[in-house]
Design a binder for this molecule. Structure first.
Ligand code: GAR
Length: 195
């Protein structure tokens, strides 16, 4: 059984989709939901789903990313996690942390990578006049939002779309894509999946 730790910072809707997918003959199970934000709405959702939760508040480690990551790692190791899924986790991990989990950290990013790494992806797609937008699940490497692509889902941008309307239409696609990619990775298949 593949043990999955899910890292969140916010509402945790992708986390919920991942947790709900890991049942039956799925080769993975969630063992930890960890948030760097004590007030993250996803923590209560994870508790309701009977997944162990933990908080490592990054604000307790000002200017000390290393100690923050030592705490992250301790929690992930405590639960003997094999795979880490970043699901709306809004801290940048250092190359040192990532090196300890080579090929074992996945992330979902709300753009069609390699377009729009970083923040404000919906606004940037609109400002560029793009005809379509989407989300990407990728392997995490030391370069931000740049690892091998494991899956993408796309949607057309409509006249009158705003960053908010795009985000709202994209989220359900994220909830389909991320579990589908996790299942493939858990089965040993890293061929990109295009929805
Ligand atoms: C999702 O849209 C995810 O793609 C994005 O944050 C949101 C989290 O929502 N992630 C990033 O921007 C990562 N840089 P959720 O907490 O409801 O899953």
């Amino acid at each position: 059984m593949i043990r999955v730790a899910i890292l969140i910072s916010g509402s945790g809707s992708n986390m919920e989709a991942l947790v709900r997918s890991m049942t039956g003959d799925h080769p993975a199970r969630p063992v930890l939901v960890l948030s760097n934000v004590p007030a993250a709405g996803g923590l209560a959702k994870a508790e309701a789903l009977d997944v162990p939760v933990h908080t490592v508040d990054h604000r307790k480690y000002p200017r000390d990313r290393r100690t923050f990551e030592v705490e992250l790692r301790r929690n992930v190791e405590n639960m003997q996690s094999d795979l880490i899924c970043l699901a709306g986790f809004m801290r940048i991990l250092t190359a040192d942390f990532i090196a300890g989990y080579e090929g074992r950290i996945l992330n979902i990013h709300p753009s069609l990578l390699p377009k729009y790494r970083g923040l404000d992806t919906h606004a940037r797609a609109l400002a560029a006049g793009d005809a379509e937008h989407g989300c990407t699940v990728h392997e995490v490497t030391a370069d931000l939002d740049d690892g091998p692509i494991l899956g993408q889902a796309r949607l057309p941008i409509e006249p009158g779309d705003t960053p908010e309307s795009l985000a709202a239409r994209l989220l359900p696609l994220e909830h389909r894509l991320y579990p589908a990619v996790l299942r493939r990775v858990a089965d040993g298949n890293r061929e990109p999946l295009y929805l």
